[in-house]
Ligand binder design. Structure first.
Ligand SMILES: Cc1cc2nc3c(=O)[nH]c(=O)nc-3n(C[C@H](O)[C@H](O)[C@H](O)COP(=O)(O)O)c2cc1C
Length: 362
């Protein structure tokens, strides 16, 4: 029976407990360079027993990967020197860390150069940017592979591919943004083709034991009701080829971990993916929080305040092997010591989440 304080091994990575820091963009890396304050922010969570840190999304070296200022780059000498320092500090604090490799696809709003996406269609279904050529596809695949090779070279413990929330990889998986008729769009196998090529190239660029995580979501930026897979069958057809291409762990991005993903079963999205692909999974969404991500008073930031809740239901599901790891977002922003509190059974000491914590890298 799995429990929160039990180690988890994938490839050459052993995580000492099941608590993962969810990837969270902090826009605190001016010029794309993560500084010493970013390193200390992650090292603080590592020192307080977060088992595995997934970094904020970081841009691969591709001309249209970026969409927002002050997000760290994952290319270029200065940014990589910054990341190298982050890795050293997290390891020195006893932690493990993997970067989330990000290409924002249709979400990019800058026009020089314009956004690239499967069909030149934005997340709202309107024309935006331009449709990728086969050469563009090959270039983006190569940039992800280069990012993964760089992660291993810098000493990271694995890599996560951002395949969620409406960004490039997800734009191919989703019918609203993918209208291609050239073998990269249409049925689920064709919509999965770009992701499969990315995973295969990434797998080929790193050592066999270097874990590859893949983040997947139904919801998209600006559309929490969106669905990429309407049925377990469609979900399996999209993700099984990715497992076969080399994904070790799927990270199922949901906003409330206890919600059933499909009718006739209590399984959440991570549970379904585990069952369908046979791979390990990470669950996420309102762990220790009574309100979900994206809810509440937006004048205070893009996600509102939330009170603290317990984790009995989460632990029960972990013990039933519905998923293998548990990612924690806002609870860890408000409480750098949240993992230590959870492991000691002292979550009554955790403080609520307030968006003002985003103003600094505390
Ligand atoms: C400030 C902030 C930034 C985020 N940035 C990212 C990101 O870069 N990549 C990503 O996949 N998810 C991102 N997310 C989503 C989180 O990883 C997580 O899925 C979400 O917050 C739900 O978890 P929680 O309820 O524990 O906060 C972000 C969330 C927050 C609050």
């Amino acid at each position: 029976m799995a429990s929160l304080d039990e180690p988890f091994t994938v490839g050459e990575l052993t995580v000492p407990n099941r608590i993962v820091m969810a990837p969270m963009t902090r826009t605190a890396s001016p010029g794309g360079v993560p500084g010493p304050d970013v390193a200390e922010y992650y090292a603080r969570r590592a020192a307080h027993h977060v088992g595995l840190i997934i970094t904020e999304g970081t841009y691969i070296g591709h001309p249209t990967a970026a969409a927002y200022d002050d997000v760290p780059d994952f290319h270029g000498e200065r940014a990589l020197a910054g990341w190298s320092h982050v890795v050293r500090r997290v390891h020195a604090a006893g932690g493990r860390i993997i970067p989330q490799l990000w290409h924002t696809g249709a979400a990019r709003t800058a026009t020089d150069p314009p956004a690239e996406s499967p069909s030149g269609i934005g997340l709202d279904g309107a024309r935006a940017g331009r449709a990728m050529t086969h050469q563009d596809i090959d270039d983006a695949v190569a940039a992800f592979a280069e990012g993964a090779a760089t992660a291993e070279r810098l000493g990271f413990d694995g890599v996560e591919l951002h395949g969620a929330h409406g960004y490039l990889i997800d734009d191919f998986l989703w019918t609203r943004t993918n209208r291609r008729t050239d073998g990269y769009g249409g049925d689920p196998d064709s919509r999965a083709r770009f992701a499969v090529e990315v995973v295969r190239a990434v797998r080929g660029a790193v050592s066999p034991g270097f874990p590859v995580f893949f983040r997947f979501s139904q919801w998209k930026l600006g559309d929490y009701g969106a669905r990429t897979a309407e049925s377990p069958d469609e979900l399996g057809r999209l993700l099984t080829p990715l497992a076969e291409a080399g994904v070790d762990v799927f990270h199922a991005s949901t906003r409330r971990y206890w919600l059933p993903e499909f009718d006739d079963s209590a399984l959440n999205l991570a549970g379904w993916i585990r069952k369908l692909t046979g791979r390990s999974t990470v669950t996420v969404g309102s762990v220790g929080m009574d309100r979900q991500y994206g809810e509440g008073d937006f004048t205070q930031g893009f996600t509102g305040p939330s009170d603290v809740t317990g984790i009995d239901e989460l632990v029960a599901r972990l013990e039933r092997d519905e998923f293998d790891l548990v990612a924690v977002g806002r609870s860890l922003l408000a409480n750098p010591d949240w993992a230590a509190l959870a492991l000691r059974g002292e979550l009554d000491r955790a403080v609520p989440y307030d968006p003002s914590v985003l103003r600094t890298l505390a």
